[in-house]
Design a binder for this molecule. Structure first.
Ligand SMILES: [Fe+2]
Ligand SMILES: [Fe+2]
Length: 276
């Protein structure tokens, strides 16, 4: 593809310009390491959650909410972990561990959008069976993480970018490229690599706006759909037929699916946001 943007940075320049990538929050590092051992994982995860008041109270309120619809009242973290399973518990820890970082370095809006996209990706993955739903949640949650770097590099310039992207028929990534020489997809993949996240994650973060360019188009396609379905200003078309024709799944009634997703995402977000 022709590069007609003279400001576009090459990969080395990008690494040099955006070298201040924040480290992964400690509690997330610990959560990722304990789930590697299924034998001790649940007990270790429970310990980890119990030392953090916000994580334990929010997990309990979520597990007792309509989001999961469990019948009995769950009052202990140990019990919550048993009914949720380690992967879902790890995802809740991640959502809360990154809340502060995303809000401080990006915006509250970024965190809320990430939660909604995570829930949407999980629902779509469960429905169309193209990827493990718990993994889809993680990819959905992290897809826009590169926005943190643009925002923390130059908050004023980035708010201008966001404004420009709402005016007329322009794509956010094109405005980012023009103003910063790179975009949140490239930078998100950089964070994912630095945090040593799985390759599939780096790939989907990189290509969530253009899934057909990925070596995993259908997996990326789930995140592409999730991202568009949770946006406030509904993009037109909601799902690009050129992209959807190449997917291994078909969403027959995207508008109805979007409604279901937004309802569930709203419940998740409410429980995650409620004061302790
Ligand atoms: Fe994005
Ligand atoms: Fe997004």
């Amino acid at each position: 593809m022709m590069n007609n943007n003279p400001n576009k940075l090459d990969p080395q320049q990008i690494v040099a310009e955006f070298k201040d990538i924040p480290p992964m929050p400690n509690v997330m590092v610990k959560a990722l390491s304990v789930i590697k051992n299924p034998a001790t994982g649940i007990a270790e995860l429970a310990k980890l959650m119990q030392v953090d008041q916000a994580i334990s109270t929010k997990t309990l309120s979520l597990v007792n909410s309509a989001f999961y619809g469990f019948r009995q009242q769950i009052t202990s973290i140990n019990k919550a972990l048993v009914v949720l399973g380690m992967m879902k518990a790890k995802n809740i820890i991640m959502s809360l561990a990154l809340k502060q970082m995303m809000t401080a370095q990006g915006s509250r809006e970024l965190w809320e959008h990430s939660i909604k996209c995570a829930v949407a990706a999980e629902i779509l993955a469960k429905e169309y069976k193209v990827i493990n739903p718990d993994d889809a949640f993680v990819i959905g949650f992290l897809h826009d993480i590169g926005k943190m770097l643009l925002n923390s590099k130059n908050p004023l310039k980035y708010s201008k970018v966001r404004y420009l992207a709402t005016q007329g028929n322009v794509k956010l990534i094109d405005v980012e490229d023009a103003q910063f020489g790179t975009n949140h997809c490239v930078l998100g993949a950089l964070i994912s690599k630095k945090w040593q996240l799985p390759v599939i994650l780096t790939n989907c973060i990189r290509y969530h706006h253009e899934p057909l360019q990925s070596s995993l188009p259908t997996v990326c396609g789930i995140v592409y759909c999730a991202d568009r379905m949770v946006q406030q200003n509904i993009p037109t078309p909601l799902l690009d037929p050129k992209i959807m024709n190449k997917m291994e799944f078909t969403i027959n009634d995207p508008v109805a699916v979007r409604e279901t997703i937004l309802t569930k995402a709203g419940i998740f977000l409410k429980e995650m946001s409620s004061p302790n």
